[in-house]
Write a protein that binds this ligand. Structure first.
Ligand SMILES: Nc1ncnc2c1ncn2[C@@H]1O[C@H](COP(=O)(O)OP(=O)(O)OP(=O)(O)O)[C@@H](O)[C@H]1O
Ligand SMILES: [Mg+2]
Length: 363
């Protein structure tokens, strides 16, 4: 049973680099929380401070009610696994897992029992006598996971543990890590810069940018109610399409227009936009919320630039000035370059962003 709390944590390297800036977060007991953000946004630094491998510049860190900010790593009851496995090459798999348990002066029988349990859970029990060099990348990563959970940590940190694996193995290891979490129930923070990994694994996602928390929410929250342009762009493949539009409110109607579109919004979607009359906003629409329609019902018509078949669907791209708009469409009929594409937007799925602040307008 443990919660992990970071309270206004800041990390500066020298005077110039602020790697983590006033970062606050509470990870619930047994939660699987994913820290997501682009390269260099401070994810690893945040985790290293929790593990005690990096001193905090300001702020406090707690596990449950205990302030661990100044404790050495071994006294924190935190396990961390890294991108590059870091299993010990000169030890067998068994000894890799048993090492920390031996330091705790556990009996041989107890150690055998734990190694047996965690190696079954991570499916490496037939490999206990091998050395890391005799294992595949995926197997080495399982050893790292087994070693980390063997000590029954209260908090389990995983820093991009799957990024060295090939695409297919990555996807199957996601499922396995989640299953291991469901067995061990350790409060977990999983770091990735891969949004689809985050979406598929997280109870909640924390989106970071430039050392700061941008949004915290369930995968559905951050996908459907992205708090800013950055989040709407970062989450989802293909990402959200953005169009700048002028808002005109007249006779109770809200009209959106630019050089490509001109339409009246459904009244329910329109209500919060009335106060933006005569202003410009950024409209965000996800590719799957654009429908193909007949020419007479089209909000916009353009020529297909390219279509990417994906088996279950196709991604059609059209060009609007210097922008490319992407549409997720049924796999048939197949579009080829030059075909006319007639589209309409699902009004209830439109999102709007303030071009100045880049923040979402809650509609
Ligand atoms: N020891 C250090 N000295 C100086 N700057 C550092 C140090 N460690 C990290 N940084 C800087 O702090 C920022 C955050 O780095 P960090 O490694 O936490 O990013 P990250 O989100 O883990 O990125 P990635 O996804 O590439 O792993 C970066 O600008 C990095 O250059
Ligand atoms: Mg990192």
């Amino acid at each position: 049973m443990a919660t992990l709390t970071l309270e206004n944590v800041t990390k500066k390297f020298g005077k110039k680099v602020i790697a983590v800036n006033n970062f606050s977060l509470k990870v619930q007991n047994k939660e699987f929380l994913v820290l997501l953000g682009p390269s260099g946004c401070g994810k690893t630094t945040a985790m290293r401070m929790v593990a005690g491998l990096e001193e905090v510049t300001e702020g406090r860190i707690y596990i449950s009610n205990k302030d661990i900010t100044d404790l050495p790593p071994r006294k924190r009851n935190v396990s961390m696994i890294f991108q590059n496995y870091a299993v010990w090459p000169h030890m067998t798999v068994y000894d890799n897992i048993a090492y920390a348990l031996k330091l705790k002066r556990m009996s041989k029988d107890k150690i055998d029992e734990i190694v047996n349990d965690v190696s079954k859970l991570t499916k490496i029990n037939p490999l206990l006598e091998r050395y890391p060099a005799q294992l595949s990348g995926g197997q080495q990563q399982r050893v790292a996971v087994a070693r980390a959970i063997a000590v029954s940590p209260e908090v389990f940190l995983m820093d991009e543990p799957l990024s060295n694996l090939d695409a297919k193995l990555r996807v199957s290891m996601r499922t396995e890590l989640k299953a291991i979490h469901d067995e061990t129930n350790a409060t977990t923070v999983f770091v990735t810069h891969d949004q689809s990994e985050a979406m598929s694994m997280a109870d909640r996602i924390v989106i970071m940018k430039d050392g700061e928390v941008i949004q915290v929410g369930t995968p559905d929250d951050v996908y459907h109610h992205s708090a800013s342009l950055f989040v709407a762009d970062f989450i989802g493949t293909p990402p959200t399409n953005f169009l700048e539009v002028s808002i005109k409110s007249k006779n109770g109607n809200v009209r959106l227009a630019n050089s490509h579109v001109d339409f009246i919004l459904d009244p329910t979607t329109a209500a919060p936009l009335k106060r933006y009359s005569k202003q410009k906003l950024i409209l965000g629409i996800r590719p799957e919320n654009i429908s193909l329609v007949s020419a007479d019902k089209a909000l916009l018509s353009a020529k297909c630039l390219v279509s990417e078949p994906q088996g279950s669907h196709q991604i059609i791209a059209i060009q609007l000035d210097d922008k490319i708009l992407k549409i997720v469409a049924p796999p048939e009929p197949k579009f080829v370059a030059g075909d006319p594409v007639h589209i309409a937007f699902k009004h209830e799925k439109l999102r709007f962003f303030d071009p100045e602040t880049t923040l979402a307008i809650d509609n």
